[in-house]
Design a protein around this ligand. Structure first.
Ligand SMILES: [Zn+2]
Length: 253
């Protein structure tokens, strides 16, 4: 069950890195890093902040690590951010003491006829050079929406949030998890291309971890009502994350 919590707020300041980049095959996943992708600002549940985070890298899991109402989607992209600053004027020793030193945004994908434009841009078929890429593009579905992103209203960016852990045992929370609610499309061909990186290295298994208990953690959402057409109807959305193993390896690159 999720709780509507308008206090928790995320502002996106993503940038387009000037240089040409490429997806790296790091055996258990693919990674995009190296450019200045900008970052996000997070205002916490108690109203503290905003805390500033800078993008560290992007990687992916297939199938997804989180489950929404028991549904495990085909792919989950993680954008990993590290804490780089606090509220204006706050001394460094204070913001550095903020518990959530990482923020990870998750985007879910499910098989569809055509991939989201962002997936196309990542060059899944040849891992070729990627230029002119901006994580903001994940919030638009059509090319025309992507071009007009500043015009999209904020409420189209609906997400779930909880404090999570990178380590085992659970409940040592150092991550602000932010999960984008809208499920995005990926073609069978592109999904297969990504999975062919990690499946052979993991004995034919996906690179996700089994779900872990919530340990009493609160899951909030920044939108009040579920639309009739929503994938996740009513107030039943339940997010489970897999807490052991992989995140520890990945999110401390
Ligand atoms: Zn991850």
């Amino acid at each position: 069950m999720t709780v509507y919590e308008p206090t928790f707020k995320v502002d996106f300041n993503y940038k387009t890195p000037p240089e040409s980049l490429a997806l790296e095959n790091i055996l258990w996943t693919v990674r995009l890093s190296g450019g200045d992708f900008g970052g996000i600002e997070v205002t916490d549940l108690n109203g503290s902040g905003p805390y500033r985070y800078k993008v560290n890298h992007l990687h992916m899991h297939g199938p997804a690590e989180h489950r929404i109402e028991g549904v495990q989607y085909d792919l989950e992209i993680h954008i990993v951010h590290e804490l780089v600053g606090g509220p204006q004027g706050q001394p460094e020793e204070e913001w550095k003491a903020y518990n959530e030193t990482l923020a990870v945004i998750g985007f879910f994908f499910e098989k569809a006829e055509k991939s989201h434009p962002f997936i196309e841009k990542m060059r899944p078929l040849d891992f070729g050079p990627i230029s002119d890429i901006n994580f903001n593009e994940l919030f638009g579905t059509l090319a025309s929406e992507v071009e007009n992103l500043p015009l999209l209203s904020g409420d189209q960016r609906q997400f779930y949030h909880y404090k999570g852990s990178l380590t085992n045992p659970p409940c040592a929370d150092v991550v602000n998890w932010i999960l984008y609610k809208k499920v995005l499309p990926i073609s069978e061909e592109h999904l297969a291309a990504f999975r062919s990186v990690w499946f052979p290295n993991l004995g034919g298994h996906g690179n996700f971890r089994e779900c872990q208990p919530l340990c009493g953690r609160k899951i909030v959402r920044n939108f009040e009502h579920f639309e009739e057409s929503d994938h996740h109807k009513k107030d039943k959305a339940c997010v489970h994350h897999n807490i052991e193993l992989n995140e520890k390896l990945v999110h401390h690159p």
